[in-house]
Design a binder for this molecule. Structure first.
Ligand code: DAT
Ligand code: MG
Length: 140
């Protein structure tokens, strides 16, 4: 099996709503393996590197503020094509229109805020996964 790894985050809204177990259940039910798991409130410094591609966009500041507002669950997930696979489980960025059956589509909605509180993050390519895993889990 050609295995890859991806970074999955349960964002502060997901932790606050008690959906950590539900998200991890879906990851495990899909057949992916948890390699590392950590509950922490990310610093702005980590988030500015994590979200460097979005710097300067109108939602960037609200995004960093939201993501540093409370604990997140960071997970290293492993499995064949799990980068693409978890993006598929997560669904589209906008929770209102994310497909039913996905995490965002089933569990999320819009809240009229400046940033999409869409429950989860998943790396968008194997290259992004390597970069993000080095930021969040430098010892792995
Ligand atoms: P994704 O998380 O689906 O990879 P992204 O990388 O384009 O989406 O954006 C990162 C996060 O920023 C996203 O999860 C929610 C927020 N965001 C993105 N686009 C937004 C927008 N147009 N308005 C408000 N928040 C947005
Ligand atoms: Mg993204």
């Amino acid at each position: 099996e050609q295995v890859e790894r991806t970074l999955v985050l349960v964002k502060p809204d997901g932790v606050a709503r008690g959906l950590v177990g539900e998200v991890l259940r879906r990851v495990e039910a899909k057949g992916y393996r948890l390699v590392a798991l950590d509950l922490r409130t990310p610093t702005r410094d980590l988030l500015s590197r994590h979200y460097a591609e979005h710097e300067g966009k109108p939602f960037y500041e609200p995004l960093v503020a939201f993501m540093s507002s409370g604990p997140v669950v960071a997970a290293v997930v492993e499995g064949q094509r799990c980068v693409e696979g978890f993006r598929s489980l997560a669904g589209a960025t906008e929770p209102t229109t994310a497909a039913p059956g996905t995490i965002r589509g089933d569990l999320g909605r819009d809240w009229g805020l400046a940033v999409q509180q869409n429950l989860v993050h998943g790396s968008d390519s194997p290259g992004s996964a390597d970069r993000e895993l080095a930021l969040w889990f430098p010892s792995l």
